[in-house]
Design a protein around this ligand. Sequence first.
Ligand code: MN3
Length: 202
Amino acid sequence: MSFQLPNLPYAYDALEPHIDARTMEIHHTKHHNGYTTKLNGAIAGTDLEGKSIEDILSNLDMSNMAVRNNGGGYFNHCLYWEVMSPDGGGSPEGALASAINAAFGSFNGFKDAFSTAAAGRFGSGWAWLCVHKGGKVEVCSTANQDNSLMPGVGCGGHPILGIDVWEHAYYLHYQNRRPDYIEAFFNVINWEKVAEQFEAHK
Ligand code: MN3
């Protein structure tokens, strides 16, 4: 069994004007496709073949750079597409909203923490909202294609919302204006999907 590049749950132009169609198409067909193909190559014939991506990343030998980079890239982008929607934006409700308020004081407190983590990531990487067993949420950031499932990255729990801050995620439209991309991302967050992830992993 090999990993498959998932289809996007919307058209490439569906997130405009916040994220442009050309960025989305290249990001999906070139970058995510590349991570998927290289991950399959890296695990072929090893004892990782046939395991779930969460299992692979949670028990990862961090010196295995091919699986670390491409397995992270595979997982991270699968989540990224899912937590965006043309009908997104607004703020969460229910238990997720309560967890966010408990951790950050308010939705705006969360937005500040998440945006600061995303803007402050030097070079390439991701910012995350993660949930720990028991339901506590935290914001953190990881470099390159690392994520909080991996051991020893200084960031724990299961990622339930992630923003890609590699330049390939925004440079065509926003050039060096990463903060503008981060602000725009809030207009496309699919909070129903994030809440599903919260319920599944809390
Ligand atoms: Mn990317």
